[in-house]
Ligand binder design. Sequence first.
Ligand code: NAP
Length: 337
Amino acid sequence: MGATDPPPVTDRMSAPKRPLVGVTRRLPEPVEAALRERFEVRGPDTQRALDSGELLALLKECDALLPTVTDRLDAAVIGAAGPRCRLFANFGVGVNHIDLAAATNAGIIVTNTPDVLTDDTADLAMALMLATLRRLGEGERAVRAGRWDGWHPTQFLGRRLTGKTLGIVGLGRIGRAVAKRAEGGFGMKVLAWSRSKRRGSEAGTRIERVSKLDQLLEASDIVSIHCPLVPTTRHLIGRPQFARMKADAVLINTARGPVVDEAALVEALETEMIAGAGLDVYEDEPRVHPGLVGRENVVLLPHLGSATQEGRVAMGLRALDNLVAHFAGQEPPDKVN
Ligand code: NAP
C-alpha cells in the first residue's frame, strides 16, 4: 500500500469512534489542544456563557460534559438531558452549580479539579486581606483620577496585617493554604471553624480550632471564608454573625457569594458593625449589590480566585484526567458524587 493510499475499508470500519465531549466555555489553548487529541470536542467559539437552551442542546448530544461555574446544571436540565451524557467533568473545585443528587439519580458521575487551584486561591485571599486593610483600591483610584497630591504622614492610613488574628471558616485545602501563608508570612494568629467542629490545636500547625462559629467571629480581626456553598452554608454569615464581629474587623470571601447574606453585609458596612470587606464572589454573579459598588472600604474582584495561566491550564488537564479515566472504564480520580 502506497503512503497516500486510504486505509483498507475493514480498518476504517473498525476504527473506534471517539467519545464526544461537550465543552461549555473557551478554555486555555493547551487545554483545548489536549482535549482535541483524545476526544471529539464540541463547544462554543465565543467567550460568552451558553444560555440554558444551548446548554441543554449540548448536553443532549455529548457523551460527557466539561462545564464551569457559570453553567447551571439543575434537576430540570439534568432531567431533560436524555440518556447519553454520563459524566460532568467540572472545570473547578466548587460544584454548587450542579445538582449532585439529580446527577446521581440520573447515573451521571460528577468530578471536580481539587488541589491545582489551592495556592492561587489562597494567594488571592491574602491579596484581598492586604488590599482591604491597607486601602489599596482607594489609593489606586486616587492616583488614576489625578487626586494624589504627594506623600504626607496621615494619608490613606490603613491597618497592619502582620500579627493580626485571622479566623478561617472552612479549614480544607484552601483554608489550610491561607493559614500557612498567614502564620508563616505574616505572623498571624490563626483560628479555624469547620464542619467537623473539632476543637484544640491542629497537629503540625499553630492553628487553633474552635467549636463554635461565634467564638471565631468574636475573636478575629479578619474573617476569611473557605467552605463550599451547600444548603447549610447558604447565608452562614448574615446579620447575627456580623453583630458578633469586632467593629474594626473585615470580611474576606473567596469561596462562594451566597455563603454571605449580601444585603446584611451592606447593612453591616453602613452601620459600621464591621470595617470593610474584600470580595471575589457575589450572590448573583456578575451582578454586584449596588450598596457595595460605591463603598471605599470594600475591595471588589471579578471572581479571580483560580485565575492564573498556570492554574487554569492545570484545572483543564485535571478535568481531562477525569474524562480519560472515565472513558477507559476506570473510576475518575476526582469523583464527588
Ligand atoms: P475543601 O478542601 O473541600 O474544603 C472545604 C472546607 O469546608 C472543609 O474543611 C470542610 O470542613 C468545610 N465545610 C464543608 N461543608 C461545610 C459546612 N456545611 N459548614 C462548615 N464548613 C464546611 O475545598 P477547597 O478546595 O478548600 O475549596 C473550598 C471552596 O472554595 C470551594 O468549594 C469553592 O466554592 C471555593 N473556591 C473559590 C474559588 C474562586 O475562584 N474564588 C477558587 C477555588 C475554590 P471539614 O474539613 O470539617 O469537613
